[in-house]
Design a binder for this molecule. Structure first.
Ligand code: PGA
Length: 253
């Protein structure tokens, strides 16, 4: 049984004070032990605020990116070791905004997965096609290419990997993939993983869906067989909505 992972990606939002305020709202609603794993990925400067304000709750923390080297002269960058030491357990790797605005390639994403693992972090590898690629019928090729290097990863790394399928046309646009569309791709991803790492491991890996997830579509998405959690941008910024989605997931398990 794969445990749901419900993750919030705050992107470049929320200062440390706003992060503390968010935690207060979340805690007031009740942060008991949920059946799902709960994760928040704040900006780097707000990690400490969440570590302090969410101490003793089941909410885990993750970084939104990391550098592929462990340290050195890379002004403005952050290492996996820094994230780990700050209290993070997870890190997003290759988010489409990183690929689009910061030119991250599949090769770089692969290096970052290795680095994340060496730093003791669980990488959440983000993949997904653009609208143009989908309309041209290239979606399966794009996903296949993005997952190509997974077969080079050691079993130890692969067995902890989380994949997030985020169709780029659905991110921040209000256009969600329907649950059926998402399931179709998730199953395709699972089949590729079967080939790359073997069915025994692939069946345990979590594949999250992301892209305009809201309180209104979370249930349908999570009800699909190969959707094992959600990566939520906009809707995770409202503590009430994030909490509602956590509850929806809990009722399904
Ligand atoms: P969204 O973002 O939920 O605002 O579409 C998802 C993401 O980019 O991770």
């Amino acid at each position: 049984m794969r445990r749901y992972l419900i993750a919030g990606n705050w992107k470049m939002n929320y200062t440390p004070s706003e992060a503390r305020q968010y935690s207060r709202i979340l805690k007031a609603m009740g942060l008991q032990d949920f059946s799902s794993e709960i994760l928040l990925c704040p900006s780097y400067v707000s990690i400490q605020a969440l570590v302090d304000s969410l101490r003793g709750t089941p909410v885990k923390l993750g970084g939104q990116n990391l550098h592929q080297e462990s340290k050195g002269a890379f002004t403005g960058e952050i290492s996996g070791e820094m994230l780990k030491d700050s209290g993070c357990e997870y890190v997003l790797v290759g988010h489409s905004e990183r690929r689009q605005y910061f030119h991250e390639t599949d090769e770089l994403v692969y290096k970052k997965i290795l680095r994340a693992h060496e730093s003791g972090l669980v990488p959440i590898m983000c993949i997904g096609e653009t609208l143009e690629e989908r309309e041209k019928g290239e979606m399966h090729d794009v996903i296949t290419r993005q997952l190509q290097r997974v077969k080079n990863l050691d079993q130890e790394i692969v067995s902890h990997l989380v994949i997030a399928y985020e169709p780029i046309w659905a991110i921040g646009t209000g256009k969600t993939a329907s649950a059926e569309q998402a399931q179709e791709v998730h199953q395709f991803i699972r089949n590729i993983l079967d080939k790359h790492v073997g069915a025994a491991i692939s069946s345990t890996l979590r594949i999250l869906y992301g892209g305009s997830v809201k309180t209104t579509n979370a249930k349908a998405l999570l009800s699909e067989k190969d959707i094992d959690g959600l990566l939520i941008g906009g809707a995770s910024l409202k503590a009430e909505d994030f909490y509602t989605i956590i509850q929806i997931a809990d009722q399904l398990l």
